[in-house]
Ligand binder design. Structure first.
Ligand code: GTP
Ligand code: MG
Length: 342
């Protein structure tokens, strides 16, 4: 076994930090480490926390961490720093708001930059979750801003996704736009100390009642690019027989109000995911997606290595109308199949 892997399994904080860095940088050494760690994973509960910038995700996460710590559970946090123009300063914000846990040896916090990731952010997040999981952490909390496809994709790593909204910010419309309504397992209407919390709850209830189909329709009518995420969700929903209806919990993260109830709602979804056939099917579906995605990448890598220049030449030939793209692809596959293995 890889030395870092055995130290992660022994819960050595420095090895955990190093493994997280390896995974985040996608250094070549990370795959053997992940292979060693995988058999020891599958025990942690993974909670995704998403929502619009400033909705109170970090403040609420801090409270949720407190709640888990009070039960003697250990926590790993992955805070994905958004590239979104409206959330400048989030890195500092996250640090400050979770700072009370910074000296707690039962809490590991790791920030991940979204900038510079070549589409592999959700994979990095998933593998970082595994590092924490193998190290025996009980809860892995992943905070991401619910804007942009990349960030939303990350929520697929989670067993339970908490969507945090704040009243009076037009969050519901923003959320439909971003496609985050569809990935919510539990809603928190935070900042309930402000006006409009009850009407925010009613809006969300209405949207849940309308169902995903209507959300997709609405999203399409509004011309949002992101309706594909919603489409995919509807397909998943149609496969599931007993639907989970997301509960909506009002809270005031600043004053720790409603947080205990929120944690109970999260826990109910956790149990649903682990103990119902629908929940288990959803978890298996995610692993199946991962295997397909990894296979696709590995095949493309292998084909690019084996075919080299030929791919570019084919592109030029198609562009020059010398060959159609269908025949060209068939020829490339045939060339790949018969290429000498190296
Ligand atoms: N009034 C009120 N303010 C809150 C509450 N919870 C959080 N806030 C404030 O809202 C602001 C944003 O809180 P954060 O926890 O940083 O929100 P966030 O969603 O993590 O923000 P980003 O990570 O920047 O997207 C801070 O000034 C918090 O103090 C609440 O329950 N009531
Ligand atoms: Mg935050």
């Amino acid at each position: 076994m890889h030395e870092i892997a055995s130290r992660v399994l022994a819960k050595d904080p420095r090895a955990i930090a190093r493994a997280l860095r390896l995974v985040d940088d996608r250094l070549a050494d990370c795959v053997p480490v992940l292979k060693d760690l995988f058999p020891s994973t599958g025990k942690a509960f993974v909670l995704g926390v998403t929502g619009n910038p400033g909705a109170g995700k970090s403040t609420l996460s801090d409270r949720i961490i407190q709640n888990f710590r009070a039960q003697g559970k250990t926590v790993g946090v992955i805070a994905v720093d958004p590239t979104s123009p409206f959330s400048g300063g989030a890195i500092l914000g996250d640090r400050i708001r979770m700072q009370r846990h910074a000296t707690d040896p039962g809490v590991f916090i790791r920030s991940v930059a979204t900038r510079g990731h070549l589409g592999g952010l959700s994979r990095s997040a998933r593998d970082m979750v595994r590092v924490f999981d193998a190290a025996g952490v009980d809860l892995v909390l992943v905070e991401t801003v619910g804007v942009g496809q990349d960030e939303i994709e990350i929520t697929r790593t989670a067993h339970t996704t908490l969507v945090v909204m704040a009243p009076g910010m037009g969050d519901e419309v923003q959320a439909i736009k971003a496609g985050i309504m569809e990935c919510a397992d539990v809603f928190a209407v935070n900042k309930a100390d402000r006006d409009g919390a009850d009407s925010a709850v009613r809006d969300i209830e209405l949207m849940i009642a309308l169902g995903s189909e209507s959300m997709v329709a609405m999203s399409k009518i509004r011309g949002h690019r992101t309706h594909t995420a919603a489409d995919a969700h509807v397909r998943v929903e149609q496969r599931a027989t007993a639907r989970w209806i997301p509960p909506i919990v009002k809270c005031v993260a600043l004053r720790n109000e409603g947080v205990a109830e929120l944690c109970k709602a999260i826990d109910r979804h956790h149990v649903w995911g682990a103990e119902t056939e629908e929940g288990r099917a959803r978890r298996r579906g995610r692993l199946a997606d991962e295997v397909r995605e990894t296979l696709r990448e590995a095949l493309i890598d292998a084909a690019s290595r084996a075919l080299g220049e030929r791919i570019e030449e084919t592109v030029r030939a198609v562009d020059a109308r010398e060959v159609d793209p269908y025949t060209a692809t068939e020829q490339l596959i045939e060339a790949f199949r018969t290429a000498p293995r190296g």
